[in-house]
Write a protein that binds this ligand. Structure first.
Ligand SMILES: C[S@@+](CC[C@H](N)C(=O)[O-])C[C@H]1O[C@@H](n2cnc3c(N)ncnc32)[C@H](O)[C@@H]1O
Length: 370
């Protein structure tokens, strides 16, 4: 690793916003891919430093957005006094010209009059409301935003965000845009389709890499397979993983074909995940987002469905293989997996579309008799 620069010449810190629960996964990715130093993590937030701030930051798979840190605090009082603090910190703490210079090096420089947009997020109990915090931010930015710049909500040249969560706040310049979280490859969506960042976390759990044979038996629009491919392609080797997926719903399969086939020859098949037309011990990893509750199980009893899907995963996985499921029914999944003798590897609790869920990973015993 390159020697660290003296503090006074160091780049500003950055921060990433994550799906709540994925902070540790995101911090590991930042360390491994960027050699980043993690300054701190909090719910939905990872603050870090990197030697070089460049467009590599926009390639991170498990974060929703990346920012240059203008200022941050854990010491909000939740009282009206915070409004003066926000204004003063915004005006005085950051080296705005340097932040804007770094931003321009990564984001295209605007032609003509620049446009900007301010985003204020506020969660928790505060005596002031979000619009008051926004006014403080605007006052603090008085000397930063030129009066002639246009206010523009969509695709603004510059976005400055203030995110307040209870006593914690971060303010920064957004480096990413919506393509970071929504992905270029995802042309087709369905209501139950998974957030790509969560699928990317699952891809890391199974260790997606070239040559690994990966199956998603309930693939929906193909998010887990696509993110596994993306992760594997970061490797220096040239080979892709071997991807296979299927779904009971032909519309879902149509979507995954559109999303995947332009960049990988994935095997896609309509099937019932409880009776897979696949040979025993033919995959190294199974990763899937099990239907959440009644809504997507289409009349199937969840206990029977989980029992059947995990039994088939057990059959098609090689001894020593890995199984990773995202589920809202952690207790049920745990019961079925332990009855099969699977060894728990890790459980990551996440919030998906406002629901509590878990990414549960198991190792299939290597000494299992086939
Ligand atoms: C939560 S969604 C998966 C979403 C997927 N990860 C994505 O990003 O689009 C669950 C999927 O399981 C499928 N499904 C439900 N029961 C099934 C079964 N018995 N066999 C195969 N697929 C099934 C549904 O059609 C749905 O596409």
């Amino acid at each position: 690793m390159a020697p660290r620069r003296p503090a006074e010449t160091r780049n500003p810190a950055c921060y990433a916003q994550t799906t709540p629960g994925l902070e540790t996964v995101a911090a590991a990715e930042i360390r491994e891919r960027l050699g980043g130093e993690i300054v701190r993590t909090a719910s939905g937030l990872v603050v870090f430093r990197v030697e070089e701030i460049d467009d590599q930051l926009l390639e991170l798979q498990t974060v929703e957005d990346v920012f240059l840190l203008a200022w941050g605090t854990n010491d909000l009082t939740r009282r009206a006094a915070d409004l003066d603090l926000i204004e003063n910190w915004t005006a005085e703490k950051p080296d705005w010209p340097n932040l804007l210079k770094i931003h321009h090096a990564i984001r295209p420089k605007p032609k003509g009059t620049p446009s900007y947009w301010l985003v204020v997020q506020q969660e928790g109990r505060h005596v002031y409301q979000r619009h008051s915090a926004r006014k403080s931010l605007i006052r603090g930015l008085g000397a930063v935003i030129h009066p002639r710049w246009k206010v523009q909500e969509e695709l603004a040249d510059l976005e400055i965000w203030l995110s307040i969560h209870e006593q914690q706040a971060v303010c920064g310049v957004r480096l990413s845009d919506r393509t970071m979280r929504h992905r270029q490859w995802k042309k087709e969506h369905r209501p139950a389709s998974l957030r790509p960042v969560v699928a990317a976390a699952m891809a890391r759990q199974i260790g997606a890499r070239p040559g690994l044979r990966i199956l998603d038996p309930m693939c929906g629009v193909g998010t887990v397979l696509a993110e596994s491919l993306r992760l594997a392609r970061q490797s220096r080797e040239r080979a892709d993983p071997v991807l296979a997926g299927g779904d009971i719903d032909p519309d879902a399969l149509q979507c995954s074909a559109i999303n995947l086939r332009s960049w990988t020859p994935a095997l896609l098949c309509r099937w019932n995940a409880r009776r897979l037309p696949l040979a025993d011990s033919s995959f190294d990893a199974v990763a899937s987002n099990l239907p959440f509750g009644k809504q997507y199980a289409a009349g199937q009893d969840l206990g029977d469905l989980y029992g059947g899907v995990l039994a088939e995963a057990d059959r098609v996985l090689v001894p020593g293989g890995v199984a990773c499921f995202l589920t809202s029914e952690a207790a049920l999944a745990k019961e079925v997996a332990s009855a099969r003798g699977w060894k728990p590897k890790e459980t990551i609790h996440v919030e998906v579309l406002g629901q509590r869920a878990a990414i549960m990973t198991w190792r299939i015993p290597a000494d299992r008799l086939d």
